[in-house]
Write a protein that binds this ligand. Structure first.
Ligand code: SAH
Length: 248
């Protein structure tokens, strides 16, 4: 069943308004008595019955809370260098399906696309929309946050991502010859994993050196050079597997 998202806390009765009401009333053709699963801002979800449908508002009554979909055992955050064309859109959508908690797009030296501040903000809004749609489609009970476009420096300076004792930062580096993703993941006990993946052109030697000096763990995903979008999906998948987040 597709989930609806409600930006507030779930109460015995909620009113959905604006674009979401339009979607529910016109696109999903909500009828009185229909039951939908609605996820609230705190991530809890409930079965709710449609009590009233108006042009710009749909009222639902809370029937019962539902068990969360497999709660993530550890959180995974993807830091992805911007990709060409629609490839970032693709990675955003797939990261949601694979259960990433957040995605931080960054500009690196070898990123080809260049966005001014206005375009970057519009892109972030678009990615958040793609993320929210994907969350509905795959039945997640929490949304994947898409952060504003940053840089390696902003990521390194972000106290929420770096330097926390509960976080391991794994940097997928095509030039890594020593550490395999398997050996690193087997040793990780952190509650949060931040995964960093480069753009089509990869990382410059100075970026790789800065990331390593900052305490990230460079890992190889094997001897083959993967396309950036393949690397992001492969890395997310093996991390989620190792954390038990693909279990039923
Ligand atoms: N143009 C670069 C390759 C970049 S691949 C070159 O020819 O060397 C794009 C991104 O995918 C990389 O920055 C890295 O984050 C990831 N990646 C691809 N293959 C990888 C591998 N074998 N091991 C680790 N990371 C890899």
């Amino acid at each position: 069943m597709r989930r609806l998202f409600y930006p507030g806390e779930l109460t015995p009765e909620i009113r959905i308004t604006g674009g979401d009401a339009h979607h529910l009333a016109r696109v999903m053709r909500a009828q009185l008595g229909d039951v939908h699963v609605v996820a609230g801002a705190d991530g809890r979800a409930a079965r709710m019955t449609v009590m009233a449908v108006a042009r710009d508002a749909v009222t639902l009554r809370l029937d019962s809370y539902v068990e969360d979909d497999a709660p993530a055992r550890a959180e995974v955050i993807l830091v992805q260098a911007l990709l060409k064309g629609e490839k970032t859109d693709f990675v955003v959508q797939k990261a949601v399906e694979l259960g990433a908690a957040a995605l931080h797009p960054i500009v690196t030296e070898h990123v080809v696309v260049r966005y001014d501040a206005k375009k970057a903000a519009a892109k972030t809004a678009r990615w958040q929309k793609i993320s929210d749609e994907a969350a509905k489609q795959c039945g997640r009970s929490s949304l994947m946050h898409v952060a504003p476009v940053g840089s390696i420096d902003s990521i390194l300076a972000d106290a929420a991502l770096f330097g926390r004792a509960d976080t391991a930062v794994i940097f997928c580096y095509e030039g890594e010859r020593m550490q395999s993703v398997r050996s690193v993941l087997r040793a990780v006990t952190a509650a949060r994993i931040v995964l960093i993946v480069g753009a089509e052109g990869g990382f410059s030697p100075s970026e790789a050196a800065r990331l390593s000096a900052a305490g990230t763990q460079p890992v190889s995903l094997g001897r083959r050079i993967l396309r950036a979008e393949t690397a992001a999906l492969a890395a997310l998948t093996v991390v989620q597997y190792e954390l038990g987040n693909l279990d039923v």
